[in-house]
Design a protein. Structure first.
Length: 179
């Protein structure tokens, strides 16, 4: 099976009587990667309602598993981020797993399906996330801009700086983004 130019390759495994995807994520030490991570309940406002819990989960995870945040935006039901991993480290999947778990444990337990119980999940997040490895300066600029412009795209604000839950404020303060 050929690899997708941006998503990597995947194959299908057969399990429980049906085909199941087996995604193979690129393993590039020290990579800069763009992510989209989504709640299971699309249309929810949980991420902005509980942004303090999300920030705490990210802070604690960065202490245990360091990474640089190049850009980040939190929207009501999903987030986008650009991270740079430390040299020699390619394990972003563990970081996302830990962030999701820490965030989820800070919230009251809701209704869980049997599949959530089996996997020791709370059912808050979609199981997978989307990632794209950055391939140069233009790609990097586009990913960072996408993060900062996303609240405008979704109609939450007219200007990126009007959205509270974005790294655009850091960029404006440093002079890397014009207000």
């Amino acid at each position: 099976m050929n690899a997708h130019p941006t998503l990597g390759s995947h194959s299908l495994l057969v399990g429980h009587g049906r085909a199941m995807p087996n995604y193979k994520r690129p393993k590039v030490p020290g990579a800069t990667v763009f992510f989209t991570v989504t709640l299971a309940a699309r249309g929810s406002s949980l991420l902005v309602d509980q942004v303090a819990a999300l920030r705490q989960a990210v802070r604690a995870t960065r202490q245990d598993h360091p990474f640089h945040i190049d850009a980040w935006v939190v929207l009501p039901d999903h987030l986008h981020a650009v991270w740079t991993l430390p040299e020699g480290d390619c394990d972003f999947a563990t970081r996302w797993s830990v962030i999701k778990a820490r965030f989820s444990r800070q919230l009251p337990e809701g209704h869980k399906r049997s599949s959530h119980v089996k996997r020791r999940e709370r059912g808050i997040w979609q199981r997978r996330f989307w990632e794209h490895h950055i391939r140069g300066a233009r790609d990097y600029a586009a990913a960072v801009s996408y993060c900062h412009m996303n609240p405008v795209k979704h109609g939450f604000v007219e200007r990126p700086q009007d959205w509270l839950y974005s790294s655009v404020h850091r960029e404006i303060h440093s002079g890397r983004w014009a207000a």
